[in-house]
Design a protein around this ligand. Structure first.
Ligand SMILES: [Zn+2]
Ligand SMILES: [Zn+2]
Length: 204
């Protein structure tokens, strides 16, 4: 690939920052799942940012070429059995980024509303996910003409999801060489993630 432009993902207080070799988001979902909501709300309770009802999540290629303020970065899991690991600034509680085994360390997830992202977020919306968890009292979901997934409980749903071209390209193991370290390695370097032990269904 040529013409890569670097970008940064930082926190609101400016103490933490990740620089990536490629600033172009490769995937954009809106996610109704409980984990995205709790991960943001738990933090929002400690800051002044009002979360969107249906969060906007972007996936950034995980070529991390430098980091700033690692001593202020803390990794958390919502629950003991949680698969996602969330990186917060432990000073301003911005959600810097999220990792999940399904990302295969090729990309990581950011919520631009809850961090400071100097990245190219022009990638179009791919899908709306996990509407099974979306609270009934919230606004109706947007009417963008994209696939909407209620759950991933059934094979047909999972197959339909994996057959989306950008999904197959995003969540796959890296074949071309990585620049710097990936996000999983950054999280691992911070030690064992703390477990928040949040109760399922709890709101903040
Ligand atoms: Zn901060
Ligand atoms: Zn989610």
């Amino acid at each position: 690939m040529s013409n890569l432009q670097s970008g940064t993902i930082g926190c609101n207080c400016g103490k933490c920052e990740i620089t990536v070799a490629d600033n172009r988001a490769v995937q954009y979902f809106r996610c109704g799942c409980e984990d995205c909501r709790q991960g943001i709300e738990w933090r929002a309770a400690k800051s002044a940012v009002i979360p969107d009802q249906l969060p906007h999540g972007y996936y950034i290629p995980a070529d991390i070429i430098s980091t700033k303020g690692k001593e202020f970065m803390s990794a958390y899991k919502l629950r003991e059995d949680g698969r996602s690991t969330r990186l917060y600034c432990n000073q301003c509680w911005s959600v810097i980024a999220v990792d999940h085994p399904a990302y295969q360390s090729n990309v990581f997830l950011i919520f631009p509303k809850h961090c400071v992202a100097e990245c190219d977020l022009s990638v179009p919306l791919t899908a709306i996910l996990f509407m099974k968890d979306y609270p009934k009292e919230y606004e109706p979901p947007p009417e963008d003409d994209v696939p909407l997934f209620y759950s991933f409980e059934y094979n047909q749903e999972r197959n339909r999801f994996r057959s989306l071209p950008t999904v197959a390209n995003t969540f796959k193991q890296r074949t071309d060489p990585l620049k710097g370290i990936n996000f999983t390695a950054l999280i691992d370097s911070l030690g064992t993630p703390k477990i928040l032990g949040l109760e399922k269904g709890k709101r903040f």
